[in-house]
Write a protein that binds this ligand. Sequence first.
Ligand code: FMN
Length: 195
Amino acid sequence: MRIAVAITGASGAMYGIRTLEILRDLPDVETHLVVSRSAVLTLRQKCGLGLPEVHDLADVVYKPSEVGATIASGSFHLDAMLVAPCSIKTLSAIAHCHTDDLISRAADVCLKEGRPLVLLVRETPLHVGHLRIMTAAAESGAIIAPPVPAMYALPQSVDDIVDYTVRRTLSRIGVEAATPAEWSGLSAIRSAVSE
Ligand SMILES: Cc1cc2nc3c(=O)[nH]c(=O)nc-3n(C[C@H](O)[C@H](O)[C@H](O)COP(=O)(O)O)c2cc1C
């Protein structure tokens, strides 16, 4: 599979890092990475990582200004793209087809080619303008997947929370090898309640 990963300047750069780490360990997956200029700040602040270390996690890397890169064209086959995390600014660019950098352009290409595009939109609280552009992006075919912690998975650490969200997201685009353990139901609790 060929998967594009974009990391933008929303809080939660670790979602992009974990995505790259998981994909790096899978055979037959080629990753194409774009890190926005703001994400360079958040990667440093939240993960203590510099750009070269992040670039090392991907097979192919591009600058956001490279609007002539391979992934900017529909003729270059990508299986899917993830924006993890996705800022409101990049969400807005995608929702409005304002493709003035490689992240918004590659995302727009995914939508026009009918390829999965997952946006881990990170902001809270959300005003109605945010909700409207999420709807607009979803209407164009984007999968809106805010990184909301899955407490039912009983995470023991922040790493558990991030890992579970990333695996569910990758599963959503067909990377079966990354799928987390299935939910086994509430039967034990149900019988405790009925006693
Ligand atoms: C430390 C830090 C945290 C931020 N967190 C968020 C956030 O959670 N969500 C968001 O939409 N923007 C957030 N921003 C603002 C974005 O980085 C800013 O809007 C930027 O222009 C986004 O550009 P990009 O989408 O090209 O990365 C944050 C900025 C900084 C410096």
